[in-house]
Ligand binder design. Structure first.
Ligand code: HEC
Length: 162
């Protein structure tokens, strides 16, 4: 008899814990609804780029370093889409647009869309750049970074950069 009581207490305790876990999980979900862009970033990109975009030193660039400057010019936007990590991801063009827009909003910090130079990607823009193959990714990045940082310096000085 006592054995049965102990067993049923254990069952009740297990059920109670189960209910608590489920409740806690749905609370967490209710507090932070995850967008499809964020989910796919976590699944397809975060392993290399990390949750905050900082990457891994020399091997994976920090998305936050020149992301804003790159995304403000067509050549940089093209680079963002055609870089292997983006172009080859098992995502549709629409899904890749959502992931890159998540990067713009959450990692580069333009949640409210206030920065006019950080236009959101559309599916069409992804389609137009995605099939471009980059021969030398490192070199293209170096050239782009050089050109966008020189441009923004020129803007700051109010000159043309000449
Ligand atoms: C296996 C590791 C890996 C994964 C997964 C990965 N990337 Fe990358 N990413 C890199 C590396 C390495 C670079 C540097 C350029 C290169 O060598 O391809 C890079 C560069 C980039 C750049 C250029 C940033 C800059 O400042 O130069 C963007 C944008 C980017 N990745 C987006 C993504 C997106 C979006 C995903 C997910 C859909 C993704 N990557 C998945 C490794 C990865």
């Amino acid at each position: 008899m006592q054995l049965i009581e102990t067993a049923s207490k254990q069952v009740r305790l297990t059920i109670a814990i189960g209910v608590l876990v489920v409740a806690a999980m749905s609370c967490a979900q209710a507090a932070q609804p995850m967008t499809a862009g964020q989910q796919n970033y976590m699944l397809q990109c975060q392993g290399c780029h990390k949750a905050n975009g900082e990457g891994f030193g020399e091997s994976v660039p920090d998305l936050r370093s020149v992301g804003r400057q790159l995304l403000a010019v067509p050549a940089g936007r093209q680079f963002y889409v055609s870089v292997p990590g983006s172009a080859n991801a098992p995502l549709s063009d629409q899904q890749l647009a959502e992931v890159l827009n998540f990067i713009i909003a959450d990692i580069l910090g333009d949640e409210d869309g206030r920065d006019d130079s950080l236009t959101r990607f559309t599916e069409e823009e992804i389609t137009s750049y995605r099939s471009i193959r980059i021969a030398d990714v490192q070199r293209l990045r170096e050239d782009l970074v050089k050109s966008v940082t020189e441009n923004s310096l020129a803007k700051k000085r109010g000159g043309t950069g000449e």
